[in-house]
Design a protein. Sequence first.
Lengths: 384, 507, 311, 422
Amino acid sequence: MTTSIGKRELDDAGRALLKRSTRGREDFEDLVVVPVFAVIVALILGALIMLATGVDLPTIGKSFVALGKGSVGSINALSETLTAAIPLVLAGLGLGLGFRAGLFNIGAEGQLLLGGTAAVVFSFTFDGLPFLLLMPLSLLAGAVVGALYASIAGVLKATTGAHEVISTIMLNLISYQILNYLLRQPYIQKEGRSDPISKSVPDAGELPRLLDWIDPNLRVHAGLFLMLAAVAVVWWILFRSKIGFAFRASGENPDAARYAGIKSGLIIVAAMGTAGALAGLAGAAQVLGVLDRASPGFSAGIGFNAIALALLGRSHPVGILIAGLLFGGLEAGGRQMQVDAGVSIDLIAIIQSLIIVFIAAPLLVRAIFPWGFRKSDKAAGGSQ
Amino acid sequence: MDVELRGITKRFGPVVANDAVNLKIKGGEVLGLLGENGAGKSTLMNVLCGLYHQDEGEILIDGKPVTFAGPGDSIAAGIGMVHQHFMLVPVFTVAENVVLGVEPTGRFDHLDLNTARKQVREINDRYGLEVDPDALIEDLPVGIQQRVEILKVLFRSADVLILDEPTAVLTPQEVEDFFEIVKSLRDAGKAIVFITHKLHEILEISDRISVLRGGRITGQGDPHELTEAQLAEMMVGRPVSFTVDKTPAQPGRPMLEIKDLLMMRDNDEIAVDHVSMTVNSGEVVGIAGVQGNGQTALVEAITGLKHASAGSIVFDGDDITRASVRDRHRRGMAHIPEDRHKSGMIGNFSIAENMVLNSYYDEEYSNGAAVNWPHVAETAAAFCVDFDVRTPSVFLDAGNLSGGNQQKMVVARELERETKLVIAAQPTRGLDVGSIEYIHKRLIQSRDEGDGVLIVSSELDEIMGLSDRILVMFKGRIVAEFDNTGGKADRNAIGLAMAGATKGAAA
Amino acid sequence: QVTDTGGIDDNSFNQTAWKGVLDAQEKLGVEGRYLESQAETDYEANVNSLLGGQCDVIFTIGFLLGDATANAAKANPEQKFSIVDFAYDPTIPNVLGQVYATDQAAFLAGYLSAGMSKTGIVGTFGGINIPPVTIFMDGFAAGVGYYNAQKGTSVKVLGWNPESREGLFTNNFESLDDGRAFAQNLYDEGADIVLPVAGPVGLGSAALADELGTEALKIVGVDADLFFTDPEKKHVYLTSIMKRMDSTVYQVIETTMNGNFEGGLIVGTLENGGVGLAPYHDMEAMIPDDLKAEVETIRQGIIDGSIKVGG
Amino acid sequence: MTDVTETSIATQKIETSRQRQSRVVGILLIALALFVVFVFGMGLSGDATFRLSRPTDPYALPNLVVPAGPFTYVAAALLGFLGARELIRGGTRWTSLSLGFGLAILVFAFLVWATAGKSFSLTGMLQATVVRAMPIALGGLAGVLCERVAVVNIAIEGMLLAGAFTGALIGSLLGGWGGLVAAVLVGGAFGFMLAALVVTYRMDQIVAGVVINLFVLGLTSYVSSQVFSEFRHLNNAPVFRAVKIPLLGDIPVIGPMLFNQNIFVYGALILVALATYYLFHTRSGLRARAVGEHPRAADTLGVDVYRTRYIHVTLGGMVAGFGGAWFTLGSVGRFDENMTGGRGFIGLAAMIFGRWHPVGALMAALVFGFADSLQQKLALLNTPIPSEFLSMAPYIATMIVVAGLIGRARAPAADGKPYVKE
Ligand SMILES: Nc1ncnc2c1ncn2[C@@H]1O[C@H](COP(=O)(O)OP(=O)(O)OP(=O)(O)O)[C@@H](O)[C@H]1O
Ligand SMILES: Nc1ncnc2c1ncn2[C@@H]1O[C@H](COP(=O)(O)OP(=O)(O)OP(=O)(O)O)[C@@H](O)[C@H]1O
Ligand SMILES: [Mg+2]
Ligand SMILES: [Mg+2]
């Protein structure tokens, strides 16, 4: 049948359908009130835990001051916060994209390790290239290797249906061994060392520090721009691009996507690859911007924290950015807390988890604090 | 046992699904409950069976008010419901499904499956259900699954049986058998509520009829005094035409030619057994057959979802046996899938997004690598207007639409473009008469514009009403072909062929 | 003080160094702070955090902090640093390296173990294959070899091959359970004395020895005298190879307070008491007197240079 | 009506999926045979000695001495035979079995190759296999209990850690049994918490699991560095020792493996048996599985979906708490930060590998345990293969097996989906 669609004038009835529901109090509560509330309650509970373990009140006060000081209280604090956020956000973006495509990728840790290692190896192999070439190409090497490593899980799932949770857990465990092995190879191992540690990144390969003209100890580096660009790009991919539409469609309903002619196998591999590229970039940014070399376990759990981050950010790029800044701030502030008040930095992990609980379970917040929040209609609605 | 519903009101957020409904159900009687999609029939019955709790009103059994905290209570009170969507655990056996919740047990909570099997067989024999208690549900055709649902209710010795659209997926023969079962239950003194969209069924089986519209009871009546047209008008609020108005077909060039097609199932059984057939432009070909005889596999082969093991498929002169789903779609093949919830749409996507689910990559809707969302939204709005999809906004999640509107959305997506061949599988399953009328009209319109149309349906009426030519599938083969110009095909012969009668009998 | 990943309460490495700070707190009235590293990525950040903390001297504990310390020292020439287990070559003016000739003490332990082993097999395993760890294993193996040469026996050392520089490593300094499993593995292969060189991981080995009974399996402790720092399992320790970081750290603090801080290197040896073999404590009665005497002779021999430990 | 001409039944041969699988397996087995010959067999000499008894055993078995060179050829021949059989008589029922058998032969050939001219204690390795497998098996079993009622439990790792911590703390105060009970209760409490978050507060199941992991890791690490470092006596619990079962424990090889272990090993084996009986042979088990497959159907039949989920997730937490106590009360008596070291995630893998079946999870855990203990032995044997490759071998094997054999294994249908009444 032939219906010309082209540019068609909409009648009133049609135009009426283009109304979007406006954001109301509900969104305000979801996006602002609940998170602020979550942070405050988590901090209070953190204080209670300190009390319970015999920390006295003045020290608790001191530790919260230190937490604030260490995360946003000075240029150095801000710099540390951003430095910590960069790899978290990059890896988190990859995971979030994967979640949207229906892939529960636990493998960011391994992708990050191998991507970072590739960036280091590339940079000292092509030492002598000018900065404008070496640095971007090293980053690219990290992204490519991360993508390839993640694609293993993607290809296995696409061709044999192997569950990506298992294969990415296994790939993580394998990556530690690959890294240990590589770091002992004469080509990669630092001269004169018997422990597994790589050669250093040449200066032209490094992500330059942004604020070292103020103080050489300020570690925030050009990876910051990479992170912001990645947020924008991932947002565009997910919500504006064709491939992103296919990602989301097969994530939401793989069957319908298949019926619509979207090739699920390709999508799985592409989504895994993109996620791996971002994790690889996170690793590359970490070695080129902060660590200067690869050593065993240099990922330091970033790949796992990024899972929490992506979930907290509801797999939305902007959410992930905000969550990443929050986590980065807590990490930097936690360090200060341990120095100033002698409270173990492990408290930060407790606070982080409590924040996630309260943000991810608004029903819980409403159950504990019924006043002030709208009567939740959503609670009664739901499926069907 | 008599049940009375008084002033039942049930809201879902802002939606009032039932609005002060009064209803009486009596033992030894079949009450037919009618209503458009979304009228609130299922909701009302879910309240009665304890799954939902009413916001207002009360339920009386034999005059005494009762409250149900959950389905357990209503089962204990003797009420059993066969739900519109099957409530069977696919990986359990028939016996396990039937006894679930009232299991016979031995010591240490041990599940006594032998007793369960025996009890299932007893009921089987008493009502002539003929179901193998050890078969896995997922291996059974839907007709048999329907019987398992009834077994479940009978097993709990329910006195009130609620049957929510039980015949939607049955073939004519199965419906006849099913009515025998219902009648014997009624004669045994049970009260039965029967919900359906098929007016002739309700006239045939009910003793009393109630009609719901917009959550309220809008009519009551005696099936012996009412006609289908009157019922339809009570349901929809306007006169409805039942016959599909169409001119004789003008078949043109062959649009789809299938030669010697062989399809295998995952378990290595043959699903489609060397089928050859042709669909010409400008004609509607209907495939009749009991579910499980290979129609699904045939459609999957034509649309490219599964690859053929042997044989060829030619579409408008080009061999597409190996072409991808997208390629076929791009060449002008439209596919209205059998199960819209599962494979036709994405509930969490907006209507606009669903409208371009299989064409978002088209130049029409994209700028380079990006999707042109404003244009998509406008087009979707235009489609909604064209196909009477009722929604406040195209940015709403499609999952919020009623079943009929969802199907209209899918049909709009498939037909609102340049098409040459339309494959429609069960295009009106579960829809009310108003929606069915509309979709049928659109399919005929496609034919009149020169498309080839292939309709697969287990609804013999639908096949008879729409098709110019009818093929009957049985055990993976095309066993008979009928010319249906002017509706002249022999309904009985088709039914017999569907049941696998020999050629001699069918002729 | 910035710790390595073992944590301040590891019963050996970090804890011993921290003890030096605590001693100084008590006797010299200084104030000490510590910052635990969770992972290798923290080193630099942690050192930086302490920079802002106006410390007189910052101790970095562990070979792995070598790079981070050097960078920080170069960026902050005013700040005094001291690092345990790392010798810079060339030296950095504001960093004092503290290294230990642990192999000297380990040699004694190896000789003692060889003398005490009933099965003729002793075992060792390490945390990671880095010099401060393998130096224990080298000395231990050399001590066993010396015993074999002296007595004409063939006591075997499992878990470390000084030539190929390969051996048994847990690849972490954390998992106590690995410590138990590795010791069990060595025990299954016949070892009745095990030297775990992996910080707290060795506590897991001690738990196994406790369960099997000290007749079947004895443990040689490292870093501190584990008889005191692991009092619950004190009976399983044959002896400990002590690396007196507490004493060198204390010395560094003392010299700093006196204004005599100088960059460079101090080396702990048997001679200056920077390393040593712990007393036998509960095992005293079990060890034959002539073996004790021989160990003492060797000790003197090492100090006066008549016995070469390395090579 | 026109009759349709009969199409003749297909005479051409169509390859079925089973035949395809046989072909792949056959080729793989033959490739392995060649691998064994050319990589292991070439120039191999000496005997491989596997010690079966320890000096202390009552009935000493002689050592198992295998002439390495000839053995590899026998192994290769066996592999070749299995492969050829699959290729020629493809499509029979024994494909998976052949593959499993072939892999076992490969592992043994590898062991012989690595041990040629040396010796090690096979019994010790097998005993270690069982020991190292138990926390993984218990983690997997916890996962099975949760996922059978459709709650994905990523938090197994955290529950193990919580069990380990509680075992150490309460064990130090009240003794081993007190610690054990407390660990089980605390594991259950975290299970209950997970259930509350996902069932009542409808938090995403993965988020809730990740959060519990983070919380437990933070809390236990915090307390251990803040409190345990100061009060050492709070972290010094007694260890449950191995209890030898009379007679059975004296059987060579099998005895030490199965009948001379601590209560955690016995407990895990009993729990696996109980869970199997419970899930597949009792009324409550049937209901639980129904809740996992089709919660609405279960609900319409009066099964309380929420309650069922609460109960089973709590039970799963208790099992994980028990498994966690192994790290402290069953091993070293002390808690240490993050001492579970990802074993909970491997448990999750074991659950999937084991097809959501308790016995399957146990078997998968044994594979991991075997790889773990094998690797330690190989480090002592000084094989020329870099130890990293040995370490990753089991993980690679797991991926291959998951991809090849159970790619299509099905999780409970409602797994991970919240259930909303009304
Ligand atoms: N769980 C629910 N949450 C929100 N709205 C619901 C829910 N269930 C039903 N509704 C709404 O209530 C109204 C009545 O739905 P119901 O399923 O009872 O209709 P029905 O008459 O059974 O329709 P059909 O013929 O399609 O089965 C519809 O508008 C539907 O969208
Ligand atoms: N009465 C019965 N009892 C048990 N099994 C039956 C019965 N009738 C049919 N079957 C089995 O049901 C299966 C076919 O039914 P089903 O509807 O699942 O097939 P299908 O794949 O949907 O077919 P189609 O391709 O036609 O849709 C066959 O395996 C057949 O053996
Ligand atoms: Mg309904
Ligand atoms: Mg079908």
